[in-house]
Ligand binder design. Structure first.
Ligand SMILES: [Fe+2]
Ligand SMILES: [Fe+2]
Length: 160
């Protein structure tokens, strides 16, 4: 594994951002299904979002966030983001209803959370974390996903 040139950092961040994109694409589909009154599809998409978010958030906590805390970097931001994870997880496990929709709803909070990571915490980490930390994070991601760089796509879903 490369721990010297910074390529681990790019891989890790690309993977996390790609997962954000997948979740936000699913959220768009969920909103359309909800607006059309297709509650069965909306619930199925909600369940898929909940599963993906749980997996993604756990990876962030054990990987990137853990390394930031170990380096004493961005502790306040990490505490807020982990608090978002704790708040969002149980809500996402429920059926899709009005609590998911509109300003301040679950979808809105989920997308804001991802946006904060993409535009604030990831660039901060890229600048400040040492190469060895990225190698550790990459190893955590491998343990979770079972492959060095699982090709991910926004449109990979089992839901029609
Ligand atoms: Fe997160
Ligand atoms: Fe995230």
């Amino acid at each position: 594994m490369c721990s010297y040139c910074g390529c681990d950092a790019e891989r890790v961040i690309a993977e996390l951002m790609d997962e954000h994109e997948q979740i936000s694409w699913l959220a768009g589909r969920l909103l359309l299904a909800y607006q059309r009154g297709d509650r069965q599809l909306a619930d199925a998409l909600g369940e898929e979002i909940a599963g993906r978010f749980d997996h993604h958030a756990t990876k962030e906590e054990r990987g990137l966030f853990s390394q930031l805390l170990e380096a004493a970097l961005g502790e306040d931001a990490v505490a807020e983001l982990e608090s978002d994870h704790r708040d969002l997880r149980p809500g996402l496990r429920g059926a899709v209803d009005g609590t998911w929709i509109g300003p301040g709803g679950l979808i809105d909070r989920l997308l804001r959370h991802a946006e904060r990571e993409d535009s604030d915490v990831f660039p901060f980490a890229l600048q400040l974390l040492p190469n060895q930390a990225w190698a550790e994070i990459q190893a955590v991601h491998h343990r979770f996903d079972g492959a060095p760089s699982r090709p991910a796509g926004a449109r990979q879903t089992t839901i029609g």
